[in-house]
Design a protein around this ligand. Sequence first.
Ligand SMILES: [Zn+2]
Length: 361
Amino acid sequence: MAEPLTTIQAASQIIDFIKKHWKELIVVLFIIALIPVIIFSIAINVLFPQVSREEFKIYKSLTEETDISWDSLVAYDVVRLDNYLKENKPNESVFDLLKVDFKEYEIIETENEISKIVDGKIVTETIIEKEYVVTRELEANGYTTIKDLLNSLDYVTSDDNMTVKKVTDFLDDLNGKEEYEIETSILSDDEISEGFDERHKEWFFALIEILPLIDPTAEFDPDQFIIPDLTDPDIPSIWPASGTVTSEYGERRLTHTHKGIDIANNTGTPIRSTANGTIIAVGTSGNFGRRIMIYHGTDENGTTYVTIYAHLSNFSVKAGDKVSQGEIIGLMGNTGYSKGTHLHYEVRVNGTPVNPRMFLP
Ligand SMILES: [Zn+2]
């Protein structure tokens, strides 16, 4: 009978194994470390093919230590530039979210002599009276006007100094002086979107709801999830297209498991929104080909619903459009990574793809 392995023998066997296979082990560890990065990149890529992970970091760093929320800033740029983020200058557009109410006074001092009778004697006192005359009053909003104001106050407006944090600190200090009355404030989301038309407004507010969910810290907790009322037209609850189901959610693929359901039919078969909602993305995105994303709102439990329709041949909606349940949004196709004409349909709850069957009649 073989001697049972002692702890020392077991340990030395492990060390031998590591010595022999260290190269492979490093590769495995490296891949494991990369998984969260890859998942996050994919999530971002699906939503905004134009915004890289690096750019998200820039947006976040620009709003750090300020009361500006990074998702408002990203949504503002995406909507303002109609998703064409190659022309974005977030370090400048962040100042569109800042408002400075500025007043400068000239203080005029006048000496007045006042004579009083104290104990039967005339006593003369000198009193200094101050008069505050407004010499400059303005409201600055946006990079250029705020920079002009700062220049006039002898603030060095180098790139390094032009951060919301440094600028507001400088203005708050100045506000402590007698000649100034300065109030800095961050615009609310309603104020930010004031200049947008209705469609861009809808798009802006939908993005604000969605953006925090693609943050890598956002989670979907299946235990907390209550299956919603499927008769509610705000909840995805109808078939997005007619056809044959060719692949179910959760099927194992070579590189991943299937995150949606595939429905095959002829090219040009109408694709319908499965609930009332707002279009948040229309365009081409990697393996999805031509795809549409719809935000269906957030229910009273704080649960958010998004649906994705991929591989389309054509679109009939634009980002920001409001759609009703059953409305045609595009046509079935074979774009992106797709072998044969079909629709890839996903339902995302709080950002996580779940089985669309839960939401189908
Ligand atoms: Zn699919």
